[in-house]
Design a protein around this ligand. Sequence first.
Ligand code: ADE
Length: 222
Amino acid sequence: MKISILTLFPEMYEGFINTSIIKRAIEDNKVEIELINFRDYSKDPHKKVDDTPYGGGAGMVLTCQPIFDCIEDIKTNDSKVILLTPSGKVYNQGLAYDLSKEKHLIIICGHYEGFDDRIETLADYIISIGDYVLTGGEIPSMVLADSIIRLVPGVINEESHINDSFNKDYLLDYPTYTKPDDYKGMKVPDVLLSGDHKKIDEWRKDQAIKRTEERRPDLLDK
Ligand code: ADE
């Protein structure tokens, strides 16, 4: 899989692409991440990429030309274009699964007050990572790339994501523990030390339901 990220701030990705699982996925050729500064496509003599909004209002708006030209240059029949904006459809694990099956994702990061609405015509997906506003699409693009890359076959052990929160039955993860079995008087539940795998599975399922009821009752409606 290839992920092309259109951003005015490629330097923000240094830690992301050079650390841990993402770094290894790149080294193992499971994924390629291409960072494109779309300012390079600007035809403005000063390489401007934004302008004031028609109708007035605060802030600057990303213009069409650099982003349209960039997409035209890099898009192929295998590409899906994602636009990141707080006004998008809210991202979830199901979408991460769907996107992890694609060959080439192009992610457009907005910045400043937003972008000219005509840029939406380029997008196959218009996505928000949650109901809050960030200063730009760079962190959201890392959220998408991270959640997608870990689902690409061979990046992590498949068992690690089969049991993830939000899989299949829309339940949150059950609680997990590691050594020691008693930390400052807080004890690991006896059942986990029992070696009885049927009982452990039942306990985990119960705990997942209980936790979901307490923290995310909205998921149970699904
Ligand atoms: N840009 C700014 N805030 C965002 C959000 N919540 N999701 C996606 N892109 C954004």
